[in-house]
Design a protein around this ligand. Structure first.
Ligand code: PLP
Length: 398
């Protein structure tokens, strides 16, 4: 017999993976599944990146690297940020990670003491709440709410939640799951709040490059933000490299050096030959990235049009990420459902369409009275989108 640590009770999961398990079981039973549930990608990593990984392997790039990554990659990423965000980062401001996700825990472990309050978006990426609570912080949600043409961050609510115990703020501009994005005014307000209340900010920019209007603006460019921001960067989405597991933390040298020390203690370093592939990703041909974006945009348009054609469903057409967040309040009521679980599993059984719901991205906040689903179109091609959403329409209108 053994006794588990108390903190284990506070560890959450990424519930989209539970939905994926249901979908896999449904498929294993011989059914066709339309995978709209996971933010994974069925688009291939551009071949020149794979070639660079093979070249590195053949050249024997198979030993440990410095804990913070190879200098060539740190410099290439710093240069990418100087160009895209106007930061003054050098290689010393970059700690390479085995994925973007580890940056969340490392940021909190470096900066949060037990009992510190951390503001995070809800609905939001479920790992924020899980990691804040696991490491003994107090998770304080702020809302992401419907606006005129897209979802927006409830910055008034965020401001109202700040008190003397608030230490950290997590912002996910280009937001999973709603695709919300900050306006110029929002970026200015968030920066002003962070400076005024002396908050250190985690900018989760996992989707920074998945923007169909070519936007590249970051809160880090606002006055006073470079010295109080840590950026979560990932190769996963921009280069269709989810399974390669490579990302980075960028920020003030002092914090980056602490995170580097954590690397020494955790994984030693990220995969060596994958780091060379990432140098190629950043400095090589960018045309394949444009093709990935063009394909995602095609899928977005197809999904949005078909969803809005279903009675009782309304969906914004966001300019970024590969997620849609349709309001299905009326469709659920039409079918007599009052809870997500039964709604989603009936849809899976009847149509094979697998999706996530608002409930997978945090506990609904007081006053929320609409029902939302989350569809990811990164892992499903246009033909399957059309067939899946045709079946969904038939079910919901039948
Ligand atoms: N942040 C957000 C908002 C995400 O949606 C994801 C992945 O889905 C990540 C971070 C982490 O991505 P990765 O660990 O693949 O870099």
């Amino acid at each position: 017999r053994y006794r588990l640590a108390d903190r284990v009770d506070r560890l959450g999961v990424e519930t989209a993976f539970l939905v994926a398990a249901h979908a896999a079981a449904h498929a294993a039973a011989g059914n066709r599944v339309f995978p709209f549930h996971l933010g994974d990608m069925n688009l291939a990593t551009p071949p020149h990146i794979g070639e660079a990984a093979c070249r590195a392997l053949r050249a024997g790039k198979t030993g440990y690297t410095p804990s913070v990554g190879i200098p060539e990659l740190r410099e290439a990423l710093a240069e990418d940020f100087r160009r895209t965000r106007g930061t003054s980062y050098t290689a010393d401001h970059v700690a390479i990670q085995p994925g973007g996700k580890p940056v969340i825990a490392k940021f909190l472990l470096a900066l949060m003491n037990p009992g510190d309050e951390v503001l995070y978006p809800n609905p939001g990426f479920p790992i924020y709440e899980s990691q804040i609570q696991f490491h003994g912080g107090v998770a304080v949600p702020y809302g992401v709410v419907p606006g005129e043409t897209n979802f927006t961050f409830d910055i008034d609510g965020l401001e109202a939640s700040i008190n003397e115990r608030t230490r950290l703020l997590i912002v996910n501009d280009l937001h999973n799951p709603t695709s919300a994005e900050c306006s110029a005014e929002d970026r200015r307000r968030i920066a002003e709040l962070a400076v005024r209340h002396d908050l250190i900010v985690l900018l989760d920019e996992a989707y920074f490059d998945i923007h169909y209007d070519g936007r590249s603006t970051s809160i880090v460019s606002e006055p006073g933000m470079e010295e109080r921001s840590v950026i979560l960067y990932t190769f996963s989405k921009r280069f269709a490299m989810t399974g390669w597991r490579l990302g980075a933390a960028l920020g003030p040298k002092e914090i980056i050096s602490i995170i580097g020390k954590m690397n020494v203690n955790d994984e030693s370093c990220a995969n060596h030959f994958v780091q060379w592939a990432a140098v190629e990703a950043l400095t090589g041909d960018q045309q394949p990235v444009q093709e990935i974006l063009a394909e995602l945009q095609r899928r977005r348009d197809c999904c949005v049009d078909l969803l809005n054609d279903i009675e009782g469903v309304t969906c914004y057409r966001p300019d970024a990420t590969f997620y849609l967040w349709p309001d299905v309040t009326a469709a659920m009521a039409n079918k007599g459902f009052t809870a997500y679980q039964a709604f989603l599993s009936t849809i899976l059984q009847e149509t094979g369409v697998s999706m996530c719901a608002r409930s997978h991205f945090g506990t609904p906040l007081p006053g929320e009275d609409r029902f939302f689903l989350r569809l990811a179109y990164s892992g499903i091609g246009v033909d399957d989108i059309e067939e899946g959403l045709r079946r969904l329409k038939a079910f919901l209108e039948g």
